[in-house]
Design a protein around this ligand. Structure first.
Ligand SMILES: Cc1cc2nc3c(=O)[nH]c(=O)nc-3n(C[C@H](O)[C@H](O)[C@H](O)COP(=O)(O)OP(=O)(O)OC[C@H]3O[C@@H](n4cnc5c(N)ncnc54)[C@H](O)[C@@H]3O)c2cc1C
Length: 283
């Protein structure tokens, strides 16, 4: 199916993109296009209004790449999932992002899809949201008026990941004492999207959990933290039974929202497995 006619803009600087986004009515941003083009076709099929302008961010070199300095990792919005996977800056606990990238779909999608598109597309079946919430990522935006805005990833997804701004980059503080486990379950053997994704980060204080973050996504209403489970873990000592015991302290209201019994079961299996992996690392 052909898209409805539109004007395709290719700014080469962020300032130019902001100017276009501010002045053009009925415009949409395009990153890798892997989600956007399908969604525009879907709108057309439903007879809904489609944008008259698409502003591609692909020629803005200033929005590409990952770097590390002053104990902080910066990933720019137009960094592809493949480029992030290959980045030498994914060190220590942040190397978990390599596992996240590796799981995302197939090579052709990973070569086109961007970290920015994954975080802002409001599509349920994405994995960067749980990863960024769990790692304490901070999302940075440039508004139509040129002003910058920074939000904790958790806050952004609590508000349904809605934005009328251009997402520019995410920053994550390095945490040399952190241990991380990431778990992703495939939706089905034939469909390369996740049924669920979970990231657990903790700072073991000898034999106890501390500053634990448990973030979950897919089959829930937007990526979020399970604060109830975190509180339980932060009062707990690592013991052979703790991964099983933790399942009695999950915030059921999170998993009730969009999960059927199978999905809830898979969340329990995955949380248990992630906790066991973490404790194994701490031995
Ligand atoms: C077949 C298939 C399988 C997939 N499997 C997985 C999977 O296993 N795991 C997973 O995590 N994801 C998966 N995805 C989702 C894929 O990762 C997303 O399509 C992708 O992340 C979107 O990125 P993009 O760069 O192509 O964004 P685009 O499609 O270009 O844009 C997506 C949306 O984000 C908005 N946007 C993009 N950039 C910005 C910005 N900088 N600021 C503000 N808004 C912006 C656009 O306006 C648009 O609404 C899959 C997708 C497909 C098509």
């Amino acid at each position: 199916m052909l898209l409805n006619p539109l004007t395709f803009h290719t700014p080469s600087t962020l300032d130019e993109a902001v100017r276009l986004y501010t002045t053009l009515d009925n415009s949409r941003l395009q990153a890798g296009g892997t989600f956007l083009l399908n969604s525009l076709k879907l709108l057309k099929r439903k007879g809904a209004k489609t944008p008259e302008h698409v502003i591609s961010l692909n020629k803005i070199d200033g929005l590409k790449g990952a770097s590390a300095s002053n104990g902080e990792l910066t990933i720019k919005a137009m960094t592809t999932i493949s480029d992030l996977y290959s980045s030498p800056h994914l060190q220590g606990h942040l190397s978990v992002l390599r596992t996240v990238c590796k799981n995302i779909s197939t090579n052709p999608i990973r070569n086109m899809a961007t970290v920015g598109g994954n975080l802002t597309c409001r599509y349920t079946w994405t994995e960067m949201p749980a990863a960024m919430i769990g790692l304490g990522g901070r999302l940075h935006f440039r508004g139509r008026d040129g002003a910058t805005q920074t939000l904790d990833a958790e806050e952004f997804f609590k508000n349904g990941a809605k934005t009328d701004k251009i997402f520019t980059h995410v920053t994550i503080a390095s945490d040399p004492n952190a241990s991380v486990a990431y778990c992703r379950v495939k939706k089905s053997p034939n469909v390369d999207i996740p049924l669920l994704s979970i990231l657990i980060k903790t700072n073991f204080n000898r034999n106890t959990f501390a500053h634990t973050r448990v973030s979950v996504n897919n089959c829930v209403a937007f990526a979020q933290r399970d604060h109830k489970l975190e509180q339980f873990l932060d009062q707990s000592v690592c013991s052979p039974d703790i991964a099983q015991e933790a399942l009695n302290h999950m915030d059921e209201s999170i998993y009730e929202t969009r999960s059927n019994d199978y999905k809830k079961h898979m969340f329990r299996v995955s949380i248990k497995s992630a906790l066991r992996e973490l404790m194994e690392k701490n031995r």
